[in-house]
Design a protein around this ligand. Sequence first.
Ligand code: KPL
Length: 300
Amino acid sequence: MTVVVFGAGSLGSLLGGLLARTDDVTLVGRDPHVSTVREHGLSIEGEIRETATPDAATEIPADLSSVDLALVTVKSYDTAEAARALQACEPEIVLTVQNGLGNEQTLAQTLDSTVLAGTCTYGALLTEPGVVRCTGLGEVVLGARDGSHSPTADRVGAAFEQAGIEATVASDMPRRLWEKLAVNAGINATTALARIENGALAAGPARDVATAAARETARVARAAEIDLTDDDAVAAVQSVAASTADNESSMYQDLQQGRRTEIDAINGAVVDRASEPVPVNETLTSLVRAWEDARDIRKI
Ligand code: KPL
């Protein structure tokens, strides 16, 4: 397959580097990371150790046409811009592996491609330009965004497996995306505001906040006819917090580095879709937005 990874940060670089074992991959990201990859290759460290040699660029190369797969790993607030940029290479298939709700719709509105939904539990950290650390082996789950069976998803799943990436093709992506939303709604803002690693959600007041946020998310999911129980949502939060115990969540990392967060697509998305009060998600959203406002890093 000819693959473009749009948003070659930590996760995009890891997945792109692994896909480069068997596919023709171009990483699109920022300098100095992509120029280092171009000159020296991509070093993968941690749970997987190898050097990959994908192409790398800061924009989609003008001569890149007939792309089979575009893997979108940008932050949720950059999805619309990613969709516009991807029009240049007319990908046959687009797979989003991003945090938050609504990314697939945003991509499908702009692109004629078959847009697949995905989640990923591989842990990845960009430690320096050209170096990505795999902090946890996981899996990519992908499928049609309406929850139907998709032969296109089968094809992408097979390509991932061939490259040695653990992949499951699922016919219940809407539910999986809501469960992932509950995980992020429970973990991200709570760990960011309390300045704790994910594992600290196993007990104490932070656990109570994460649990309440996940329960509210499950309630909103059920109102949207998604079969997600409170217990399943809370169990998913605890399971991910345990399996990523030493990790700082992406929102905690964003706060430490003074970057804009994905609050709008996570707790903000729960608030936007709720028809009844969701006080914990409302409070988490307001606090993180207040932090962003104080630094003038929100662009609506
Ligand atoms: O997706 C994540 C994130 O940090 O954004 C989790 C699963 C919470 C892992 O840290």
